[in-house]
Every structure is written in structure tokens, then in C-alpha cells.
Write a protein that binds this ligand. Structure first.
Ligand code: V47
Length: 377
């Protein structure tokens, strides 16, 4: 898309060569990524990221009408970063029956949803058959709703528990109704960081390999990075560059979502919360480094709707959705509401001067009447 690029004043001299590359549409290097994270010239970062964002998407900003479902919070992993996972014997822990999952899926919508976003803890007793029944039961009851389900971490756990290959597990779940996969569990790929924040999880290489296999099977997925804990700028850029390299091979990632660490009720509760400045910087640097990933999402639950709205001028082209019920961030102290109405998403986008487009999970526009929706292909 041809866009007019105004020349804005850039204060930080280290960003001049990066501006030249961005304007010429050249790929940024690892060193450029570190320089971007180290810069405090937030307006320059926003300007550069906005050039890329408008080149890819013009003025359009996407959102969807979705519902999160977390079938269980029982988790064998006990990651220090997480406030959601509970041990099975914890009196606060819950596990839904299949009927409860199917019933929860239909509850709390203000508008008809197009996507269920389904993730949960690593439950020691729920087997692959149970998850396949859950998916096929959802498909039977809600055939037109896209099932975006299971992080790479859950897939790795199912494979280990069932003594099957990752590929076999993915094929079983796909055949039972899994349409695509969310981007969670990637955290930061660096081993030194993972040993501290999530030592029982897949390694970074295993996360990437699982994503590669999913993409080879024709499943699209998202990808994320958890920032604002113990990682440094180099760790962040290393993470982004690894995602970019895999995307060069598979083209299977649809959207990148930077996730701000929320420390409350975690074993890392001493870590200070991220600032608005860092949240915007992560959006902008991601947009600049991930030249081959189509979308960058400002997840309003994590950033607050106010910062997410500003992020639409700092590189983001998507706000995520109505969500309806969010547990992972709210267990970790998020103060945002649990859900936003479709009308509120439209208002946030329009008041940022952007053109809202409701999308399905794979970014096909959705046209809605009062009671029904059609995906326009
Ligand atoms: O996998 C866990 C992270 C993820 C905390 O793909 C935490 O469209 C911050 O992946 N503080 C879940 N983060 C959220 C997620 C997601 C959200 C929205 C859209 C999509 C998508 C994916 O949140 C987890 C983990 O990486 N997380 N605990 C915490 N205390």
C-alpha cells in the first residue's frame, strides 16, 4: 500500500539509520532492535512503527467478538510468572466437566461471538480423549464458531502425557475441531530467563518446534512475548528475531501480541509493574522487527483500554475482542474490566481516528445484522 510518509524530527541520533531502513522497507537487524529498545525517543519509535503499520493496513483497525474459556486452572507446572495455575489439592482450584465447558461457552455474550479462545492449566488427569470430546462437543453445539485452542505448552504436555508425538496430538485435536492456536506460553525464549520464570515449561526451542509442526499441518497460530519481569533488551530482541526466522520458513503466524507481566499473586510479586512507556515501546519495536508477521495486537485486557487505544498510533492494528471472561490476567491483579461490548471497541477505535473492521480469527471481515453474522470471504 502506497502511503505518504511525513518527515518527523527524530531526537535520538542512533535512530537515524533505522529510519532510513524503515523508509526503504529494509529488514532491521538484531542491533537495530536493541537500539530501539534502548531509546527513550518514544515519539520517534511510534512514528517509525506507524509508518510500517499504515503501509500494511492503512487506517484499518481490527477487533473481534470472542469469548475466553478456561476449562481448568489445575496445573502441574507451578511457573513463577503465573497466578492462574493451581495445584489440584488447592481449595480454590476448579476443573469444569465437559457439560460445564459447553454450557459456559454459550453464556455471557452480549453479541454473537465468532471465536472461542480456549486455554487452561496442565491438568494431570484430563487426557487427550477428554479434550477431543470437548472440541467436538463445542463444534456440535456452535458449528459456526472458530475454536482457537491450546498453547504450544499444552500441546507439548499432552504429547508427553500420552506418549505420542507432537504431530499426532495436533492431528487428533485438529480433526476433533481445533481450528487454530493462540500465542501464549512463549514467554521469553532465553533459557536463563525461563529457568527463573517458568522452569517446568517447554524450552524456547521446543515452543518454536511445536509451532513449526502446527504450521506444517496447516494450522495458523499467534505468538506472544511476556515482557517486564527479569528479561533485558537483548533477550527481547533475541525472542523477536527467533519468531521472525520461523515465520520466514512457515508463514504460519497471524498475529503477535506483546504481553506485559502482571506480578500480583505470583512468586515474582516484588517485580514492579510495567509502565505505559514500556507497553507502547514493546508494541512499536515488535511492529518494526516483525516485518513478516501481518498483525500486532494491543490486548486491551493486559494494557488497559486507554493505553491499547494509544497503541493504535504506535504500531498496533488490532485490539483483540470482547473476551467476556478473563482469568489469567485478573488472577494476577489486572484491574481492567473482564469484558468490553462491541460498541465500546468501535468507540475506542473511532476516537483514535481509525476505521474499525470486525474480523474473524483469520482476519476475514465479519458483517453483522442484529441477530446474525456472516464471514465475508
Ligand atoms: O500463556 C501468564 C501469560 C498468556 C501472566 O493468541 C501472564 O490471540 C502476564 O497468550 N502476567 C495468556 N502474563 C494470554 C495469551 C493471549 C492473550 C490474548 C490473546 C492471545 C491470542 C493470547 O499470558 C500466558 C502467559 O504467557 N501470562 N501469567 C502474568 N502473571
Amino acid at each position: 500500500m502506497q502511503v505518504h510518509i511525513p518527515r518527523v524530527h527524530i531526537e535520538d541520533p542512533r535512530l537515524q539509520p533505522i529510519r532510513d531502513k524503515v523508509e526503504a522497507g529494509e529488514r532491521l537487524s538484531y542491533g537495530d532492535g536493541v537500539a530501539l529498545f534502548r531509546s527513550s525517543d518514544i515519539l520517534a519509535l511510534g512514528y517509525l512503527a506507524n509508518v510500517v503499520r499504515e503501509r500494511k493496513h492503512g487506517n484499518v483497525t481490527y477487533f473481534n467478538v470472542n469469548r475466553h474459556i478456561n476449562p481448568t486452572d489445575v496445573c502441574v507446572a507451578s511457573c513463577r510468572l503465573c497466578a492462574f495455575g493451581k495445584q489440584k489439592r488447592d481449595p480454590r482450584a476448579y476443573t469444569m466437566s465437559l457439560e460445564q465447558v459447553w454450557e459456559t461457552a454459550g453464556r455471557g455474550w452480549s453479541e454473537k461471538v465468532t471465536e472461542f479462545h480456549i486455554v487452561g492449566g496442565l491438568h494431570p488427569e484430563l487426557n487427550l480423549d477428554w479434550y477431543c470430546k470437548m472440541l467436538s462437543g463445542l463444534k456440535e453445539r456452535y458449528p459456526e464458531i472458530h475454536l482457537k485452542a491450546f498453547t504450544m505448552v499444552e500441546i507439548g504436555y499432552f504429547a508427553r502425557r500420552e506418549k505420542k508425538s507432537v504431530r499426532d496430538v495436533l492431528v487428533r485435536l485438529r480433526d476433533a475441531g481445533m481450528d487454530s492456536m493462540p500465542g501464549g506460553g512463549a514467554e521469553v525464549f532465553c533459557d536463563r530467563v525461563r529457568r527463573i520464570i517458568c522452569d517446568h515449561k517447554l524450552t524456547g526451542d521446543e515452543w518454536l518446534e511445536t509451532a513449526r509442526i502446527a504450521h506444517e499441518l496447516g494450522l495458523h497460530s499467534n505468538c506472544t512475548m511476556l515482557y517486564g519481569h527479569i528479561e533485558n533488551e537483548e533477550d527481547r530482541v533475541d525472542h523477536l528475531v527467533k519468531l521472525r526466522a520461523l515465520q520466514d520458513e512457515t508463514n504460519g503466524f497471524v498475529t503477535f501480541i506483546p504481553l506485559a507481566f502482571h506480578p500480583d499473586n505470583t512468586a515474582l510479586s516484588h517485580v514492579p509493574k510495567t509502565t505505559g512507556f514500556d507497553d507502547l515501546k514493546n508494541i512499536a519495536v515488535a511492529r518494526l522487527m516483525l516485518d513478516n508477521i501481518p498483525h500486532v495486537k494491543a490486548y486491551w485486557v493486559m494494557m488497559t483500554p486507554k493505553i491499547a487505544q494509544v497503541a493504535l498510533r504506535f504500531g498496533a492494528d488490532d485490539l483483540d475482542g470482547t473476551v467476556v471472561e478473563e482469568k489469567i490476567y485478573h488472577d494476577a491483579g489486572a484491574t481492567t474490566t473482564q469484558s468490553l461490548r462491541r460498541g465500546e471497541l468501535l468507540r475506542l477505535i473511532r476516537l483514535a481516528g481509525r476505521e474499525p473492521v470486525e474480523r474473524d480469527t483469520l482476519y476475514r471481515p465479519v458483517q453483522r445484522t442484529e441477530t446474525a453474522f456472516t464471514v465475508l470471504v
